[in-house]
Ligand binder design. Structure first.
Ligand code: AMP
Length: 204
């Protein structure tokens, strides 16, 4: 199954994507993760993306679309994949339509007002990517794998505000885009992590 996971920054896309991909045994493709890996390794793509990521803006479409096009051609994507964080605007969605046919788009529906707090308090495991929130996680060690938790450089208040604006202006219109195509399913993203996952499984 070829899936897209849609939702605002902090809606829980990464958290759910790990679970959905394992459940369906398909690769989880996060453009944000790909950019962060390139940034860490200081590759040409990473250096190009840095200025945009630091400001909470979108990396140019031609860079992002090429990365996705190459990735979904890889062998492990033969039986499907889950895209997390792509597409982020209508131009990327149109480019994706030219690459392949998406079976379903899961939109994690959340209250935008809750997101700034979710994002600025977020801590992520550097090893397995699991997310926590400082209000409930008091130490800096991942419960799942023992990895060290860190705060993403773009989870600061200023960058978060700009990412939320980008979401509202560029990404939210994708909800209507995919609804029109008849592939959109909405899931209430304000429930607990497990309840969201159960709801996602029901609509798959
Ligand atoms: P994420 O981990 O999905 O929140 O992405 C982190 C940052 O990577 C975003 O704020 C963008 O700067 C960049 N990024 C990730 N996915 C995309 C995309 N599909 N198009 C453009 N930029 C992206």
């Amino acid at each position: 199954m070829k899936l897209v996971l849609l939702g605002a920054p902090g809606a829980g896309k990464g958290t759910q994507a790990v679970r959905i991909a394992a459940h369906l045994n398909i690769p989880h493709i996060s453009t944000g993760d790909i950019f962060r890996k390139n940034l860490k390794e200081a590759t040409p793509v990473g250096l190009k993306a840095k200025a945009y990521i630091d400001k909470g803006q979108l990396v140019p479409d031609e860079v992002t679309c090429e990365i996705v096009e190459l990735r979904i051609k890889e062998d492990d994507c033969k039986n499907g994949f889950l895209l997390d964080g792509f597409p982020r605007n209508i131009a990327q969605a149109e480019a994706l339509d030219k690459m392949t046919k998406i079976d379903k788009v899961i939109n994690l529906d959340v209250d935008l007002k809750a997101l700034a707090d979710r994002l600025t308090g977020r801590r992520v495991c550097e090893k397995c990517g699991e997310s926590y929130h400082v209000s409930t996680k008091k130490d800096e060690t991942c419960d799942k794998c023992g990895g060290k938790l860190y705060q993403r450089a773009d989870d600061t208040l200023e960058t978060v505000n700009s990412r939320l604006t980008v979401y509202e202006q560029s990404t939210a219109p994708l909800i209507a885009y995919y609804k029109d195509k008849g592939v959109l399913v909405n899931v209430d993203g304000m429930q607990s992590i497990e309840a969201v996952f159960e709801s996602v499984k029901k609509v798959l």
